[in-house]
Design a protein around this ligand. Structure first.
Ligand SMILES: C[S@@+](CC[C@H](N)C(=O)[O-])C[C@H]1O[C@@H](n2cnc3c(N)ncnc32)[C@H](O)[C@@H]1O
Length: 242
């Protein structure tokens, strides 16, 4: 609790005023990530290695924008900063622990933005003003946009994000959890949920499991496990039929 209070307090004044309402939720995510570091480790490692592995496939390394960077659990920010001239981390919350991690990386910038069409007109429009943008990575953001969308608009908001990514002129990579299931200790499935809200996703290059809530985190009966999909080349993937 003390760590959370400190994270909140030290993030408050560094956060632009319109984004301060998101600090609380971001502290909750950061706190859960720390508490479940062991359970989240394989997912964070998969995501980070997938991103790092793609870096050398890009012809130029001027600017990379990471959408949904938040607490930086999944983002290999040091590796990106070592390879790219400029790294722009975009989220509606950048807490002090994430900013401490990038403090010595002089080519890394935190950019506070709301990336949902539910609240912002043309939320990815700002990317067009970055002339040397060589890569955009959407990192475990798409499903979250659906979670926070007004009831009934979840699918539309997710589709708008994915369609906006499709229209970008540079290489785009998408990592997103696409579904979850809850399972009890006997292995019986209790619930299955489509985090894409019916939007048919193309076949991913790779998937893995993310143990978001091990037994005891949310209740005593079930644990919650997500399926994460990796699309190294979103332009190519989005041209394919689901
Ligand atoms: C599952 S977390 C991503 C984790 C992150 N990639 C990491 O490395 O730890 C989802 C992120 O999406 C951000 N987010 C959710 N809705 C958003 C919105 N409308 N605009 C910008 N960021 C948003 C949250 O603040 C959070 O950091």
């Amino acid at each position: 609790m003390l760590a959370e209070t400190i994270a909140y307090a030290t993030s408050y004044f560094a956060t632009p005023e319109p984004f301060r309402p998101h600090i609380n939720e971001a502290v909750g995510l950061w706190s859960r990530g720390r508490r479940q570091a062991q359970a989240w480790g394989p997912h964070a490692g998969e995501t980070s290695r997938s991103i790092t592995g793609l870096m050398e496939t890009l012809p130029t390394h001027r600017t990379v924008a990471v959408l949904g960077s938040g607490p930086l659990f999944d983002v290999p920010v040091e590796a990106l900063a070592a390879r790219f001239a400029r790294v722009i981390l975009v989220d509606r919350a950048h807490l002090s622990p994430a900013r401490r991690r990038t403090r010595r990386l002089s080519n890394v910038r935190h950019d506070w933005r709301d990336l949902s069409t539910a609240t912002t007109a043309d939320p990815l429009g700002f990317l067009a003003a970055i002339p040397d943008l060589d890569w955009v990575i959407s990192v475990n953001l798409a499903s979250q946009l659906g979670v926070d969308a007004p009831f009934g608009q979840e699918r539309r908001v997710i589709e708008a994000h994915l369609a906006d990514l499709t229209r970008l002129p540079c290489p785009v990579t998408v990592v997103t959890d696409i579904s979850f299931r809850t399972v009890d200790r006997a292995g019986r499935e209790h619930e299955r949920f489509d985090l894409m809200h019916g939007h048919p996703m193309p076949r991913p290059a790779r998937t893995w499991h993310w143990e978001v809530a091990p037994h005891g985190e949310e209740n005593r009966v079930t644990r919650r496990e997500h399926v994460v999909a990796f699309y190294p080349d979103w332009h190519e993937a989005s041209r394919r039929k689901p």
